[in-house]
Design a protein. Structure first.
Length: 275
C-alpha cells in the first residue's frame, strides 16, 4: 500500500480511504497501523492536523464512514454496531489483521462497538470524547448541524462543539455545508442521528465493553465538551491512560492537535511494547 487517497469496497459500501505513513508498514517495520474513525457529520479531514504527526512513526489509515465525506451514502441501520461491522470489513479488505483504533465521538462509539463485537481486530484503543459512555448528548448541536442551510447557521452549530469560538471560520463552515448538500448526505445523517441519538439520548451503552477490554485503552476528553459532556471518568481506564484537556471542547484533535498527537503516539508505542 502507498500513501494517498483510494476507494475500498466493503460490502454494499464504497469507502473513501486515506493512507499515510505506509513506508512504516511491512517487513522490518513492526509498527501497528493506526485506524482513525471520525465523528458524526465529520470526515477523514477531521484528522488533518494530527494525521501527519502520527504518520511520522507508523502507518495511519483514515476513512469516511458511510453517509459521510466521499463515501457512499447508504448507512443501512445507521447504528454503531453497523458501522463497527463496516470498520472490521475495511480492515479485512486492507489485509490488516489488527489495528490500534483511534475513534472520536461517534467514531469512538464505533470503536467501542468493534471492541465488543470483534476484540481481536484491535491491538489498542484511543477514545476521544467517545459516544457510548453516558446517556447525555447535546441535541441542539445535532439538530443545528443537520438543519443548517447557510455558513452562518453552521457556524452557530459548530460553536457548540469548540471552546474557542473562532476556531470554525466561514471557510470551514462553507466546506462543511458543501458536504451536507451532497445528494443523500442529510438523509443519511438523519438516519444516523435517529439510530444513535433518538429521543435525545445515546442509544448505546458500551461501558461494559470498555471495562472488560482485553487490550489497552486510552481516554482523551475536553473538560469543556458541550456536545458529549464529560462523564465520571473514574475507573473507566487506568489513570495514566486518561488525559483531560483544559479549555477544550468536543474537538480535541482540532483544538489541541499537538497534544492529542503526542498522547496517542506515546500510548501507541507503550501499548505495542507491552507484553
Amino acid at each position: 500500500m502507498r500513501d494517498g487517497v483510494t476507494r475500498v469496497q466493503v460490502g454494499a459500501h464504497e469507502l473513501c480511504v486515506k493512507l499515510s505513513g505506509m513506508a512504516h508498514q511491512g517487513a522490518g517495520h513492526p509498527h501497528r497501523p493506526l485506524l482513525l474513525v471520525h465523528g458524526f457529520g465529520g470526515s477523514l479531514a477531521s484528522w488533518q492536523l494530527v494525521s501527519p504527526m502520527l504518520a511520522r512513526s507508523r502507518p495511519v489509515i483514515a476513512f469516511d464512514l458511510p453517509g459521510h465525506g466521499d463515501s457512499s451514502k447508504n448507512v443501512g441501520e445507521g447504528t454503531l454496531e453497523a458501522f463497527a461491522r463496516v470498520t472490521a470489513g475495511l480492515l479485512d479488505a486492507l489485509a490488516i489483521p489488527c489495528a490500534h483504533v483511534v475513534g472520536h465521538s461517534l467514531g469512538g462509539g464505533v470503536a467501542l462497538s468493534l471492541l465488543a463485537q470483534k476484540p481481536e481486530k484491535l491491538c489498542a484503543l484511543s477514545l476521544l470524547a467517545p459516544a457510548g459512555l453516558s446517556r447525555s448528548v447535546n441535541m441542539a448541536f445535532i439538530e443545528g448541524f443537520l438543519q443548517a442551510t447557510t455558513p452562518e447557521a453552521l457556524q452557530v452549530a459548530m460553536d457548540m462543539a469548540v471552546y474557542g469560538k473562532a476556531l470554525v471560520g466561514r471557510q470551514a463552515a462553507q466546506a462543511l455545508l458543501a458536504g451536507l448538500d451532497r445528494p443523500g448526505a442529510r438523509a443519511a445523517l438523519q438516519q444516523v442521528a435517529q439510530a444513535c441519538f433518538g429521543g435525545g439520548v445515546q442509544a448505546a451503552d458500551l461501558r461494559a465493553a470498555l471495562h472488560a477490554s482485553p487490550v489497552a485503552c486510552q481516554l482523551i476528553w475536553g473538560r469543556e465538551d458541550a456536545v458529549l459532556p464529560l462523564p465520571t471518568t473514574q475507573g473507566l481506564v487506568p489513570r495514566p491512560h486518561e488525559l483531560l484537556l483544559e479549555q477544550t471542547g468536543h474537538l480535541p484533535q482540532l483544538e489541541r492537535p499537538a497534544e492529542v498527537a503526542q498522547a496517542v503516539a506515546a500510548f501507541a508505542a507503550q501499548a505495542q511494547a507491552a507484553p
